[in-house]
Ligand binder design. Structure first.
Ligand SMILES: Cc1ncc(COP(=O)(O)O)c(C=O)c1O
Length: 281
């Protein structure tokens, strides 16, 4: 039985109970965060907590998030995940429990804070080397996807479309622009330049995205942040997705057409190797 965190307590998962009046359940009124730990060490936890703070402030959920990194470390230890190559901590904060109204509940309503930790398995390298496929899906999300809201219906439908197509990733497209994946960011390699949508309100500001941009710059690979039209993306030499659980995942076919030469490209490979080395360090 795993140990989870709920409102200040560590307890066995089957004893963690949430009210049916929770605004997360009734209204998707909350946010979440997923932070990785490599061999027990949280990776970029400050960046994950900064993004969480951004979401709490944008949604005006009052919560002191100062103790969260310690709670994350505690959950990793309590579930004996210290020796796992990769584990993740999922954290969700909702506006709390109150009779259902669209407007905010009475002042003083405490947010609900829930977290769990679990192992995450990286793909075998032979599988990764084969590359992955993706399909394009219209982006039907709201206008503030920089907030990591638990309201994920469009993402759920997009990823289900990918699953039904038998592929790994869904590439969300709006007004002809390839924005990001259903649960990851997307990059194209265009004439040697690693190109990705700028960190606006139209994408989630991925912590992995920022790390991969840093790694590319460290390796002397030029980076450009600008909107990439889908047609340009289709003609890219390489495409890859990035995310906490995705890490760096190369796309070798998009909508059943080969990307570049249809094989995993050197830039994705170099960045994945750098990513693995960086998370081992
Ligand atoms: C829509 C979306 N984009 C991008 C990402 C990647 O963010 P990160 O690298 O911080 O995991 C996620 C992660 O869940 C996501 O849901």
């Amino acid at each position: 039985m795993s140990t989870v965190y709920l409102n200040g307590e560590y307890l066995p998962k089957d004893r963690a109970m949430i009210s049916v009046d929770d605004r997360g359940f009734l209204l998707s009124d909350g946010i979440y965060e997923v932070t990785p730990a490599y061999r027990g060490r949280l990776f970029r936890v400050e960046q994950h907590m900064r993004r969480l703070r951004h979401g709490l402030d944008a949604l005006r959920i009052e919560y002191d998030s100062a103790g969260l990194p310690e709670m994350h470390a505690e959950l990793i230890a309590a579930n004996s995940l210290d020796t796992e190559e990769v584990a993740i901590v999922y954290l969700q904060i909702t506006r709390g429990v109150a009779p259902r109204t669209h407007h905010f509940p009475p002042a003083g309503t405490l947010p609900t804070v829930y977290a769990f930790a679990q192992v995450h398995r990286r793909p075998e390298s032979a599988r990764w080397e084969q590359g992955y496929e993706a399909v394009t899906v219209p982006d039907e999300r709201w206008a503030r996807v920089d907030i990591k809201s638990i309201g994920l219906l469009p993402n759920v439908l997009a990823q289900q479309a990918a699953v039904e197509a038998g592929v790994a990733d869904a590439l969300l497209v709006k007004d002809g622009v390839a924005l990001e994946g259903s649960h990851n960011n997307v990059f194209a390699v265009l004439d040697g330049v690693v190109t990705t949508h700028p960190a606006t309100q139209q994408i989630l500001h991925g912590v992995t995205r920022a790390y991969v941009i840093e790694l590319a710059r460290e390796h002397g690979i030029p980076v450009e942040e600008r909107p990439v039209p889908l047609e340009e993306m289709r003609a890219a030499d390489e495409i890859f997705f990035t995310g906490t659980t995705t890490e760096v995942r190369p796309t070798v076919r998009l909508d059943d057409q080969p990307v570049g030469n249809g094989k995993v490209g050197p830039v994705a490979k170099a960045l994945y190797e750098a990513f693995q080395a960086g998370t081992r360090a």
